[in-house]
Design a protein around this ligand. Structure first.
Ligand SMILES: Cc1ncc(COP(=O)(O)O)c(C=O)c1O
Length: 422
């Protein structure tokens, strides 16, 4: 990333960065780039949900959605999302409002009740570990910490996790019970898994008979270009490879309709579905089918989801373009930064020189620009290079985002040139 500079030009660049930072700090900003949340205008796209189901209270098969029951969720909603999530409707459950909650529950159930293929409950085993492709989603890592699951970082590549490392670790250590995967437009670096990565995940040898891939397809429909990325079908590939029970698929409409009032999905093999349904039956007498019915009425079919996501894209794409434009104009050619150019999803990863990320985040906060804490993208909050910063462009208005990005680039120049001058 470095560019050679003479001592004179470094002094000049540092002077200018200091001046720009002083101006920035004097502006009394209060801006937030931390949250991968939909903006209010995105939520407005689903406003109609609030007036649905408008007095209707039966599902396609005549079920009264107001009553208890229906642990699998409405079949007509599962049919709409079968394609998007690459899970046949009969192997897909439509449940509560949060896929993170389902991931939490799957971990708890696996700890407390034997998963198909396991010799014992995870809680009865001396040590449990998960592979964590890094950088990754901080809430996956938080779940591991919550339940005492060791985290083993595995580097991400442009094709997905480093599969040589994954295959080795999964084959040699029976304590490795799982891997977190965000296979499309990953959080935070926007990577989509290649067909080869999917094939290797499906067919690799696992020392643990109860090894599971937590396939968090949170951004399955969240494209930012005219060329939607398609990934290979892991559930089918696992079945073909004789590892039908290997994958838990998760997804939700949180960033399709309403982040706090969407519908979450779980897809897997018949044996895993039976296991989850039996466990779920102990904690709930059925999901919120009124919410599911209104999603069916609002989205209608898979084409309805695609059309809706085009409207989401129209709001999000200009924000991602602004991030790329400002990074290029302010930091391009400086040798101080690299950044991702995601084709979908919710995040941009900014890489600054080693040892600078925490300081950039601190200086930005002092100037009124809040960023996700440096390190959050790594297990235990520890980015060994201290180089990764996650940018979430969705929530602020375009004008606020532009201001925040300009300010962030000032902080990167300041911290980067200060480091070089030392
Ligand atoms: C990768 C990933 N998974 C899951 C979630 C949360 O999903 P849900 O709202 O369905 O709980 C997020 C939210 O940012 C995410 O980035």
């Amino acid at each position: 990333m470095t560019t050679e500079l003479s001592p004179d030009s470094l002094t000049g660049l540092l002077e200018r960065a200091r001046q720009d930072y002083q101006d920035l700090a004097g502006r009394g900003l209060s801006l937030d780039l931390t949250r991968g949340k939909p903006a209010p205008e995105q939520l407005d796209l689903s406003e109609e949900l609030l007036s649905l189901p408008g007095g209707r209270h039966t599902s396609a098969d005549g079920t009264d959605v107001r009553n208890y029951g229906g642990l699998q969720g409405l079949v007509e909603l599962r049919e709409i999302f079968a394609d998007v999530l690459q899970v046949p409707a009969e192997q897909l459950l439509a449940l509560g409002n949060s896929s993170l909650e389902l991931m939490h529950d799957c971990l708890v159930h696996a700890l407390l009740s034997v998963v198909p293929g396991a010799e014992s409950r995870w809680v009865d085993q001396e040590r449990i570990a998960f592979l964590c492709p890094t950088p990754g989603y901080d809430r996956h890592f938080a779940l591991c910490q919550r339940f005492g699951i060791d985290m083993i970082p595995v580097p991400m590549t442009p094709e997905g996790p480093d599969m040589d490392a994954v295959e080795r670790l999964v084959a040699e250590d029976p304590a490795v019970k799982g891997i977190w995967c965000v296979p499309k437009y990953s959080n935070p670096d926007g990577v989509s898994y290649s067909d080869e990565t999917v094939a290797r995940l499906a067919s690799m040898q696992a020392a643990a008979p109860d090894f599971r891939i937590f396939w968090d397809n949170a951004y399955a429909a969240h494209h930012l270009t005219d060329e939607p990325v398609e990934i290979a079908d892991l559930l089918a590939a696992c079945a073909e490879a004789g590892n039908a029970d290997r994958v838990f698929v998760f997804g939700s409409t949180s960033k399709i309709t309403a982040a706090g009032a969407g519908v979450a999905f779980f897809g897997s093999s018949p044996a895993n579905l039976k296991w989850l349904l039996a466990n779920n039956a102990k904690r709930s007498i059925g999901p919120d089918k009124i919410n599911q019915l209104r999603h069916v009425m609002f989205l209608r079919d898979a084409d309805g989801v695609r059309a809706h996501m085009e409207r989401q894209r129209a709001l999000l794409q200009p924000k991602f373009e602004a991030v790329a434009r400002i990074l290029e104009s302010e930091l391009g050619g400086t040798g101080l930064a690299r950044w991702t150019d995601p084709k979908g999803g919710y995040f941009v990863t900014l890489e600054v020189p080693d040892g600078c990320a925490k300081e950039v985040v601190r200086r930005a906060a002092d100037a009124g620009i809040v960023l996700t804490p440096a390190g959050a993208t790594h297990p235990y909050g520890d980015d060994p290079r201290d180089a990764t910063i996650r940018i979430a462009p969705s929530y602020p208005s375009l004008a606020e985002l532009e201001q925040a990005m300009q300010g962030l680039t000032v902080c990167v120049r300041l911290v980067g040139y200060e480091q070089r001058a030392r």
